[in-house]
Design a protein around this ligand. Sequence first.
Ligand SMILES: Nc1ncnc2c1ncn2[C@@H]1O[C@H](COP(=O)(O)OP(=O)(O)OP(=O)(O)O)[C@@H](O)[C@H]1O
Ligand SMILES: [Mg+2]
Length: 343
Amino acid sequence: MPDLPLILRGVPDPMIVIGADGLITDMNPAARGLFGDWALGRDHGAVLRQPPVLAAIAAVLGGEGEGQADFTRTQRGRDVLYRVTITRLTEGAGLLHFADVTHIGEAEEMRRGFVANVSHELRSPLTALMGFIETLRGPARNDPEARMRFLDIMEEEAQRMNRLVSDLLSLARVEGTERQRPAHPVDLRGVLEGVAATLKGQAEAQGSKLEITGETPAPIPGDRDQLTQVFVNLTENALKYGGPNRPVTLALSEAAAGPGFRHPHLRVDVIDRGAGIEPAHLPRLTERFYRVDSHRSRAMGGTGLGLAIVKHILNRHQGKLTIRSRTGEGSVFSVFLPKGSAD
Ligand SMILES: Nc1ncnc2c1ncn2[C@@H]1O[C@H](COP(=O)(O)OP(=O)(O)OP(=O)(O)O)[C@@H](O)[C@H]1O
Ligand SMILES: [Mg+2]
């Protein structure tokens, strides 16, 4: 009966030998961990059970040199996907090697989801634009008033596409630099003042006051443009979802190292007094394209990438974001940035 050579016992991937009679004649420790000791000496069909694997085994042992099949198993509540490679040994015996390829499947799944989301987000403004072009050519051709109105809507839709593309580009840029730790000295108070100046018009237009509180701390290591983007995104959200005539506060403070933070850090709370967010949504807000109310957010020109960008930038700074919210009272998005040394 074929056995696994000693050298293969130490391989961390599960491996199984099937004898010419179809019984499992040997398993390495990883395979015992996966299937249990009882499997040794059993018919492989009773142990493996999944038809695609059994069919591949039959084909290989019946004469084809090598084959592969997928095998799934739930381990500790998690679905694990194995790629099983089947090799024919002498006299109708075979060797099975199980490689955990779950992460490849997950990455592929994420990529597919991302492409689907992007296409969907681009398609809706595109469909609107195409519809209006049609209308302008046809029914609205001789109606100057309708023409102007439609052109306004078309401009808005084109701007939405433009925003989406620039958000996607900044996300890609941030992801591309995530490994390099930014280390230029940044005056965080100055960043907040810049953000407030940029968004002043938007705040005034909706009757909201934008205030900054806190002392000016010493510079911290960082990337000024990226940190500006963090606070633009958070403050825009606070204004957008905080509602008209409600103040928005950017509160800057310093804190020593403590539980949850190994180093002294700066903290900025972006506080709004809006409708707040249901607790169920909080853990998912920083996912790409995640929106609590996609109709409402879309109507306000949102694509759901703002917080995903914030999260990536903070990762790069070894910082962190926490979100607290009470429905009916408002939300606090807190940014923590390590002080470190700006070298
Ligand atoms: N201050 C807030 N109050 C209530 N809901 C918020 C707040 N900030 C974010 N949200 C919710 O989180 C969702 C995701 O925010 P995010 O900034 O990532 O996307 P967005 O604002 O929809 O689009 P954009 O990409 O233009 O920023 C929003 O759609 C909104 O539902
Ligand atoms: Mg946003």
